[in-house]
Design a protein around this ligand. Structure first.
Ligand code: NDP
Ligand code: 2IT
Length: 446
């Protein structure tokens, strides 16, 4: 057994109940085998063992009071994974499925993703098993405040800078920022995704979704000589990432025919009306099934995995981890899909990824293709430090440049190590190199 496989075994033995974390680590370590061979100094310095172990894991109690006056208790997490190249940086997820395995996989992936952006950001992730669905605005506010009362002890603009993720958008960031500011009596860029009136960056709301399309446009042009223009696109999810991926796909000339939420999916062969989706999901916070009330020509189907049976050219999974399995991948391939770009983190199972690679689809792993969100967060941090605000056009141009550059970097690394057009191997190696070299420079007990 080779050394990296042994390290993987050790990870599984140490934390046997963390399947999502194992899945993320396995993929990265497998990609890094040629790197370990070419650069023995990484093995000698224990870089691989160190990079799979978070620097710090914080788990805390979040007590809060419901509208009925009852006390509720949730569990909070912040995994500060790696600070070799910058302060810990990564989102916070509010979803009942959140557990340590999920937050660790996200923090691990974030380390490589942030490295790929070229900006000085380490990797971290946080979250809670609090379920925001059906909660009143007052309950959301009190929960966010209680969450921040503990989290504030562990973060700071030069230490750890959280942001949004599933279940955390502008409203939650606002409540958390307000509490942080009160507790610390300072106005700093400690969170990103802030509102525009208090230090947020233009373009952050759109950045992840737009970034996925910028990345994919460059990838499909280079690898297949194709484009979004004239193509049919399906997008899972209807949250922040999915909405703005749809927005950019439309701007680039494609037709988006299907979107979903955790209950089911809608199919509109004439192209989905994004304004209606935004009204239902962003403003009213309702279910996507409502769409057919406004557009009776569209069809709603219960269950979210059915979306992958819809015929398309490009599929953008933008909801959650492991939402697209082997069967779904086979259905996509059978229907002629030629590109898959991950907006979500780890949405495709390992079997699905294998099917895409075998069938020579353009396949972009999330840590490369969804890096636009955190890249724009990095730009928000820069603007906060400068005490300046850039225009939407300036931020959008920088985002585009970063996404094209991530594609080129991942593609070049894949080629260098004999895996041309395999963006999984390319992104993992390119993301790893910068972090590993920084860790090497810092010595063992930094
Ligand atoms: P949102 O909360 O805005 O939207 C999430 C969407 O995914 C909703 O449509 C939701 O449906 C659906 N969804 C959530 N959980 C599940 C599930 N278990 N099964 C099926 N569908 C589900 O989150 P974001 O758009 O911000 O995040 C989506 C993905 O993108 C996540 O993987 C996140 O980690 C990743 N990401 C986000 C970034 C950002 O900047 N926000 C940056 C990079 C990656 P419902 O409404 O029914 O809950
Ligand atoms: O997964 C991600 O990259 C995010 N949720 C965004 C993180 C950030 O710090 O903007």
């Amino acid at each position: 057994m080779n050394k990296l496989a042994k390290i993987y075994d050790q990870v599984v033995r140490r934390d046997p109940n963390e399947p999502e974390f194992h899945q993320a680590v396995k993929e990265v370590l497998e990609s890094l085998e040629p790197v370990a061979e070419k650069y023995p100094q990484f093995l000698e310095a224990g870089i691989f063992e160190r990079i799979v172990e978070p620097e710090r894991t914080i788990i805390f109690r979040i007590p809060w009071v419901t509208d009925k006056g009852e006390v509720a208790v949730n569990r909070g997490y912040r995994v500060q994974f790696n600070s070799a190249i910058g302060p810990y940086k990564g989102g916070v997820r509010f979803h009942p499925s959140v557990n340590l395995s999920i937050i660790k996989f996200l923090g691990f992936e974030q380390t490589f993703k942030n490295s790929l952006t070229g900006l000085p950001m380490g990797g971290g992730k946080g979250g809670t098993d609090f379920d925001p669905k059906g909660k009143s605005d007052g309950e959301i506010m009190r929960f966010c405040q209680s969450f921040m009362i503990e989290l504030s002890k562990h973060i700071g603009p030069d230490t750890d800078v959280p942001a949004g993720d599933i279940g955390v958008g502008a409203r939650e960031i606002g409540y958390m920022y307000g509490m942080y500011k009160r507790l610390r009596n300072e106005f700093t860029g400690v969170l990103t995704g802030k509102g525009l009136t208090y230090g947020g960056s233009l373009g952050r709301t759109q950045a992840t979704g737009y970034g996925v399309c910028y990345f994919m446009e460059e990838a499909v042009r280079t690898i297949k000589g194709r484009s979004f223009n004239g193509s049919t696109v399906i997008i899972s999810g209807s949250g922040n990432v999915a909405t703005y991926a749809a927005d950019k796909a439309l701007q680039l000339g494609s037709k988006v025919v299907a979107m979903s939420d955790s209950s089911g999916y809608i199919y509109d062969e004439n192209g989905i009306d994004l304004a209606t989706v935004k009204k239902i999901k962003e403003v009213e916070r309702k279910r996507i099934s409502e769409y057919v009330k406004y557009h009776p020509e569209a069809r709603y189907t219960d269950g979210c995995s059915g979306i992958w049976t819809v015929k398309c050219d490009i599929a953008l999974p933008c909801a959650t981890q492991n939402e697209l399995n082997g069967d779904s991948a086979r259905a996509l391939v059978k229907n002629g899909c030629w590109a898959v770009g991950e907006g979500a983190n780890m949405p495709c199972t390992p079997e699905a990824v294998e099917i895409f690679l075998e069938n020579k689809l353009v396949y972009a792993p999330g840590k490369a293709s969804n890096a636009g969100g955190v890249a724009c967060s990095g730009l928000e941090m820069s603007q906060n430090s400068l005490r300046l605000s850039w225009t939407f056009e300036e931020v959008d141009q920088k985002l585009k440049d970063i996404m094209v550059n991530i594609y080129k970097t991942a593609s070049a690394a894949a080629k260098e190590f004999g895996h041309e057009n395999n963006l999984v191997v390319g992104a993992n190696i390119a993301g790893f190199m910068k972090v590993a070299n920084a860790m090497l420079a810092h010595g063992v007990s930094y």
